[in-house]
Design a binder for this molecule. Structure first.
Ligand SMILES: [Fe+2]
Ligand SMILES: [Fe+2]
Length: 348
């Protein structure tokens, strides 16, 4: 939208973010029963890509957030305006994910199976540089800032894996069920992963950051998870993306443990990452060898699994590169004053 400013020149005013309009319309509809503002959002466009992701985070929240946090806005979960926004924003998201994967990842070699493709993708950027920086250089405040955004190796994975297994059967369903049971601490309330994360948060003073305040790469990473868990049309992509989460988490957690040890962090900060450092390599192996291997005998599943793994790999790389740059500055400057040579770091 263009405006005349006081000097007579043309000034640009960014349109009101769609995310804020949607939240306002949901609040109004819930408190007064008037869904007029909500109906007016049919056909509305986001201000930019970031706004589109933040809007999707609100929409997905209607299906996945704890119901007590939704203040009755969940009543409008299936309102036609919400469905219209979701339909168009998710179509844009898929285009964006495909483009990002093509831009940052090598092509899939012809004839490569889904299991081999996922193994290969898991090795691309297996331990992003930001983890080595955490282990060797970050201050405690910087570690807290990073972990706030990272949200753990598999933030919210219990609900993601629960939704991902709907409609599966046989061995793949059992593999995802076993994974979920580990998320539930194998029946021990104190070992439930969200409980371990709460202990970590209390020990380090982590404050959850609302989606709308997160940098765009973090928002994209979060929305990818909720989109895949909720989209029946993309269940194969969900299996690929969530499997890649497991395949990549273990080594990354070990670098976070090094950082916690170097910084003498409180003891309660350790169990969450220690559990994932130990369990996720096993989760990744089981997911790949027993769930992916069986599902990928069907061509549609094989193609979707690899596509989802590529999405997650690409989104993860963009997130970690952005995080490193946020904390340590642009790469060309960083090289001159911070030694982050991966070879040296790996040998330590
Ligand atoms: Fe977990
Ligand atoms: Fe796991």
């Amino acid at each position: 939208m263009t405006l005349r400013n006081h000097g007579g020149g043309v000034a640009l005013r960014s349109p009101t973010p769609l995310e804020g309009r949607l939240r306002g319309a949901l609040r109004q509809a819930s408190s007064t029963g008037d869904d007029g503002p909500l109906r007016a959002l049919v056909g509305a466009e986001p201000a930019d890509g970031r706004d589109g992701l933040a809007t999707l985070a609100v929409i997905h929240g209607l299906s996945m957030s704890p119901v007590d946090e939704l203040a009755r806005t969940e009543v409008w979960q299936h309102h036609p305006s919400v469905a219209d926004l979701r339909w168009r924003l998710e179509a844009s998201l898929v285009e964006r994910l495909d483009a990002l994967a093509d831009e940052v990842l090598p092509d899939v070699p012809a004839g490569e199976g889904a299991v081999a493709a996922m193994r290969r993708l898991a090795r691309v950027d297996a331990v992003p540089e930001v983890y080595r920086w955490l282990a060797e250089r970050a201050t405690l405040d910087e570690l807290v800032g990073f972990l706030t955004l990272e949200g753990g190796p598999d933030g919210g994975f219990d609900d993601l894996v629960a939704l991902c297994q709907v409609g599966l059967s046989g061995r793949p369903k059992l593999v995802l069920a076993a994974n979920y049971w580990d998320e539930m601490g194998r029946g021990d309330l104190d070992e439930v992963h969200t409980a371990l994360h709460r202990r970590l948060g209390a020990a380090l003073g982590l404050d959850g950051q609302p989606a709308r305040d997160q940098p765009e790469p973090a928002l994209l990473r979060g929305v990818l998870g909720s989109f895949l868990a909720l989209s029946r049309a993309h269940q194969p992509e969900a299996v690929g993306a969530f499997g890649l989460v497991e395949l990549q988490a273990g080594p990354r957690c070990r670098w976070v443990l090094k950082a916690l040890d170097r910084l003498d962090a409180p003891h309660d900060a350790v169990p969450f990452y220690a559990e994932h450092a130990e369990a996720d390599p096993r989760h990744g192996k089981d997911w790949l060898d027993e769930a992916v291997a069986e599902l990928a005998s069907d061509a549609r599943w094989a193609e979707g699994i690899v596509r989802g793994a590529r999405w997650r790999a690409a989104v993860g790389s963009a997130f970690f590169a952005h995080a490193l740059e946020t904390f340590t500055g642009p790469a060309e400057l960083r090289r001159s004053d911070v030694d982050l040579d991966p070879g040296r770091a790996r040998a330590s």
